[in-house]
Ligand binder design. Structure first.
Ligand code: 3PY
Ligand code: MG
Length: 251
């Protein structure tokens, strides 16, 4: 199992991805084939659950797009089940301390590197037992920085061995900074982003951010992030429908 997105993150190459919030197989199939590097299925806020995930992941098997899952919480059972279902990496929300990051990493790696329980399902179905030999090397562990506590412990979190990258949740980060959600132009937000980018550089990590749209993704990449989402399935449909309505009504 070669994790192509992780290969780019390790090489410090830029990558773009899409966010999947709708439990729709055909949507996932289509979005995974538009040449993005990764697609993230969202079990935290997305309108999908684990049984949806077990149908969505097979729909994108065989394409070079790396399947990621944002788990609902930093729980070893949730991380293990997402990986067993065939995710090649997890995005773990609300990581506030080095201990939180260590917990996330341990859940991603089999012993002796971690404490992931052995029971690969889809990966073993597709690859056989050989999966176990490469899993620790090929599973990506991305931790989210999106709270005031996470910002305070930034360096300690980034220093945790096994973390592949930091991923910014911009809306929660605004709350963490005492800002209105979406106040991305605020200097306090810019300062926090600068600190996160610096921590990634110091510790050799990939730096990612949830881009709410293409403009935000492009702006973030220009600021120095190595990866960003370009939007969600819902946002693409809504933006396209609004634009069609506007054009058709002569606006
Ligand atoms: C945030 O903006 O906080 C996110 O986690 C994006 O979903
Ligand atoms: Mg968030």
């Amino acid at each position: 199992m070669l994790n192509l997105a992780l290969k780019k993150w390790r090489a410090k190459e830029s990558s773009l991805g899409v966010w999947s919030n709708l439990p729709d197989i055909h949507m996932a199939e289509m979005l995974s084939r538009i040449d993005v590097d990764w697609i993230c299925f969202d079990l935290q806020h997305g309108l999908m659950d684990y049984s949806d995930l077990t149908r969505l992941l097979p729909a994108i098997t065989g394409v070079p797009t790396t399947p990621l899952v944002r788990v609902a919480a930093n729980q070893p059972d949730q991380i293990g089940k997402a990986l067993d279902a065939g995710a090649q990496g997890v995005i773990v929300p609300m990581v506030n301390t080095a201990e939180d990051a260590e917990r996330a990493v341990a859940a991603c790696r089999y012993p002796p590197m971690g404490s992931r329980s052995c029971g690969p399902m889809r990966d073993a179905m597709l690859e056989g037992p050989g999966y176990l030999a490469t899993a620790n090397e090929q599973v990506a562990c991305l931790v989210m920085i999106e709270t005031e506590e996470g910002l305070r412990n930034l360096d300690a979190i980034a220093a945790v061995e096994g973390v592949d990258g930091l991923f910014v949740g911009p809306m929660d980060l605004c709350y963490g900074l005492g800002l209105a959600p979406g106040d991305f132009a605020n200097p306090a937000f810019a300062e926090a982003i600068g600190n996160i980018l610096k921590a990634c550089e110091t510790h050799g990590l990939a730096s990612g951010i949830f881009g709410y749209n293409a403009e935000m993704a492009a702006d973030s990449m220009q600021k120095g992030f190595t990866f960003a989402s370009i939007g969600t399935d819902i946002s693409f449909i809504r933006a396209g429908a609004l634009q069609a309505l506007n054009t058709a009504s002569g606006g």
